[in-house]
Design a protein around this ligand. Structure first.
Ligand code: NAD
Length: 365
């Protein structure tokens, strides 16, 4: 199916006098926002996504339609397809790769462990191999995760902290990715920046994440399960609004751009969080206030496998080196999410579906 029209679409979509970026996972939540932000400021963008069925396929299709409206071409394919990547690099002559494709979620790994190996480990190697062999060799910015801090008790989490106790296979796959990135940097001289995102939320978000399915269940009058830590302690997350994350991603791409060609290829790692953790019980209270509905809550102890109780980013390094400066507090961000949610689900024929999510009751990553 890769004929002349396909090649023209890739070339046209990548065309730019500034950055030419391949965005993997472009039909995903973060990928959609980053792709549009890049295109809006004049960069060339080509997306790739395998449209996996982890959550509502219709939402990924709707995001991809949005990308098409912004003249961003999204190739339907898997990042493990080396020949596809080779063709894309040849046509797109990418200066940068924003690698966001991954199998997300922590509990899904209990039943689908190999999907994490396929997308997060083999997939990353496949992308880095393609970058290594490409001419020009692009700088890579990729999504790691706050989950690498695992069962760490020291807060706030700093990039220098230990990451040797992952609490889930997802966390382990991201930690493995950081080691793989290190290897490709020092053996092959690839410029690689890893970004540890902290619980990203906002419009066009992921239906498997707590803020999203709490909204859906509260509106339906269904009971929601709110997890508590040991001895009734709060479970809290450093919720970070999507626009702040996008600014961090663009800052990382621009910083990698400035360093390309000047000295040894850089290897960098940054926390992108909000540095303001909020208890999940407070998240629910804000949703109740904004939705003007009392939630039917059940307090439960956090399941033992997969999640950590608390996340809190130290963002001083990203502030200093990327100019990263998150500004959106949780209530403001949730208001924007709810505006989108009401609009999307009232105008879309596809109602939110719970398909294959029954064991994903709390995804924070
Ligand atoms: P998402 O699931 O919405 O997006 C990931 C996209 O990658 C999906 O559209 C999926 O179809 C695609 N994909 C998965 N495997 C693929 C493969 N093998 N080939 C091609 N495409 C593939 O998730 P997101 O929330 O947008 O996350 C983006 C990145 O950020 C991921 O790497 C994720 O692990 C990381 N991250 C996200 C959060 C968060 O809170 N959203 C937190 C920490 C890290």
């Amino acid at each position: 199916l890769r004929g002349g029209d396909w090649e023209t679409s890739v070339r046209e979509s990548a065309k730019s006098k500034s950055l030419r970026v391949l965005v993997t996972g472009a039909a995903g939540f973060v990928g959609t926002h980053v792709s549009i932000a890049l295109k809006r400021r004049g960069d060339g963008v080509v997306g790739i996504d395998n449209f996996n069925r982890y959550y509502e396929a219709s939402l990924k299709r709707a995001r991809s339609n949005l990308l098409a409206q912004h003249k961003i071409f999204v190739v339907e394919g898997d990042i493990n397809d080396g020949s596809l990547l080779k063709s894309l690099f040849k046509l797109g002559k990418f200066t940068h790769v924003m690698h966001l494709a991954a199998q997300a979620g922590v509990r899904y790994a209990m039943k689908n462990p190999k999907s994490y190996v396929h997308s997060n480990i083999a997939g990353l190697v496949s992308v880095l191999e393609a970058c290594k062999n490409a001419n020009p060799q692009p700088a890579v910015v990729w999504a790691s995760s706050s989950s690498v801090y695992g069962l760490n008790s020291k807060v706030p989490f700093s990039e220098k902290d230990r990451t040797d106790r992952p609490a889930s296979l997802y966390a382990a796959s991201k930690k493995a990715g950081e080691e793989i990135a290190h290897t490709y940097n020092h053996i092959y001289g690839l410029s690689i920046t890893g970004l540890r995102f902290f619980t990203v939320y906002g419009p066009w978000g992921r239906p498997d994440m707590a803020y999203f399915f709490f909204t859906k269940d509260i509106l339906k009058g269904k009971q929601i399960s709110v997890f508590e830590g040991p001895n009734g302690r709060s479970v809290a997350r450093d919720f970070t609004y999507i626009d702040d994350i996008v600014k961090g991603c663009l800052g990382a791409l621009d910083t990698a751009n400035r360093s390309t060609g000047s000295g040894p290829a850089q290897l960098r790692l940054y926390n992108l969080g909000n540095t303001s953790p909020v208890a999940v019980s407070k998240l629910v209270r804000i949703l109740e206030k904004l939705l003007k509905v009392n939630a039917n809550k059940k307090l439960l102890p956090m399941p033992p496998n997969g999640d950590v109780f608390f996340t809190h980013a130290d963002i001083s390094l990203a502030k200093k080196e990327l100019g990263y400066n998150p500004t959106i507090d949780l209530e403001t961000g949730l208001r924007k999410f709810l505006d989108w949610y009401m609009d999307y689900y009232s105008s879309s024929s596809s109602l939110p579906k719970r398909a294959c999510l029954e064991f994903l009751d709390c995804a924070f990553w």
